[in-house]
Design a protein around this ligand. Structure first.
Ligand SMILES: Nc1ncnc2c1ncn2[C@@H]1O[C@H](COP(=O)(O)OP(=O)(O)OP(=O)(O)O)[C@@H](O)[C@H]1O
Ligand SMILES: [Mg+2]
Length: 353
């Protein structure tokens, strides 16, 4: 895979070797049958061959509809739910198959920020303890005074009042709690943050503040983000590149503007065509691409192209011979020009917004 380059208005994105490289990642959950002896009768293929590269200093957005496997991908990358197959390399080092103990020093380098700031913080601990805990577990401060200073610094970094660290999570608003979760994630000075829907649970008015904080932190601390979200406007705002996921696989990856302006996979085109346009005349004139039917079960994905059962192109445009290829051959994610990857036999870049 070639490393694409980009010059954004806010400066060129640093590239080079990926800091995180995921290949053929699988997370299958066994389905147990009934009866006294529980036999495995199948598997939910929540993540079923994911390929991703995250470059130093970049934000890679990961989008896709509910249940497509975004969170499971994040947890498998962090080895919180061990992968059932494939490879995750962090700075060239393989993480799949590492034991808890082997993983522990690496936990400092990759941290997770959860979606729900209400559920992810221990309600019985004051904020000081929540933020201090990773520092204590990893033995990173030599005495109490240093610990207090470090917690104060972290709390200030995320824009909270360090005088309030004796309060409990319930005394903070949603946005403030998410800042506490971010402070905790930053405690170990990670290089990569996996952010799983970090602003989805927040009011729109509060989202912007947290997004701005995340952008500042990334620039100031030189972090790289895998930013999981389903809100395409948030992803468009924050991402350098965007990966689109469908039923356990990545089906398209491109630079942010390239993806939004020239989506090539019919699934991406359908997702983007559902974004409301600010100009009412253009909004009335444009055609929505409807995704028909329900998401197939990840326990039993369709043969060949797994999107074909809901693909408008398959249903209305392709010839019988072309359709047969979609039924028989599983399209692989491949670079079809300038770092724009997609997994469709009949991909065609088309403007939809
Ligand atoms: N522990 C588990 N056991 C069995 N199936 C699971 C488990 N965790 C997740 N799944 C299944 O894996 C699939 C992917 O789930 P996941 O939570 O990763 O999706 P998601 O893309 O994050 O969805 P959302 O946008 O709703 O957060 C779903 O079909 C889900 O039911
Ligand atoms: Mg999720």
């Amino acid at each position: 895979m070639s490393a694409p380059t980009t010059d954004r208005a806010d400066g060129p994105v640093r590239r080079g070797e990926p800091i995180l490289s995921v290949r053929g990642l699988e997370k299958h959950f066994p389905i147990k049958g009934g009866g006294l002896i529980k036999r495995t009768v199948g598997a939910v293929r929540a993540v079923d061959g994911v390929d991703l590269d995250l470059y130093p200093g970049e934000v890679l957005g990961l989008v896709g509809e509910s249940g497509c496997g975004k969170s499971t991908t994040g947890r498998a990358i962090l080895n919180l739910q061990p992968a059932t197959g494939g490879s995750v390399k962090f700075e060239g080092r393989e993480l799949v198959g590492l034991s808890r103990k082997q993983m522990r020093p690496l936990r400092r380098d990759i941290a997770l920020v959860f979606q729900d700031p209400y559920a992810s913080l221990n309600p019985r601990l004051p904020v000081f303890d929540i933020v201090a805990e990773p520092l204590v577990i990893h033995g990173l401060t030599k005495d109490d005074a240093e610990l207090r200073n470090r917690v104060r610094e972290l709390v200030e970094t995320v824009g909270l009042n360090p005088e309030h660290t004796n309060r409990y999570p319930a005394e903070f608003s949603g946005g403030q709690r998410q800042r506490i979760g971010i402070a905790r994630a930053l405690a170990l000075q990670p290089k990569v943050l996996v952010l799983d829907e970090p602003v989805s649970a927040l009011d729109v008015s509060i989202q912007a503040g947290v997004i701005n904080l995340l952008e500042d932190l990334k620039n100031d601390l030189g972090l790289s983000y895998l930013f999981i979200a389903h809100d395409l406007s948030v992803v468009r705002h924050i991402s350098d590149r965007v990966a689109v996921m469908y039923l356990g696989r990545i089906i398209e990856v491109a630079e942010r503007d390239e993806l939004f302006e020239r989506p090539a996979h019919p699934y991406t085109q359908a997702l983007l065509s559902a974004i409301p346009l600010p100009d009412p005349r253009r909004e009335r004139a444009r055609q929505r691409i409807i995704i028909s039917g329900d998401v197939p079960s990840p326990a039993n994905p369709p043969s060949g192209c797994r999107f074909r059962t809901r693909c408008q192109k398959f249903a209305h445009v392709l010839t019988d011979a072309q359709r047969q290829k979609c039924i028989d051959e599983d399209p692989q994610l491949a670079d079809r020009g300038a770092g724009h990857l997609n997994a469709c036999h009949y991909a065609e870049a088309t403007r939809v917004i």
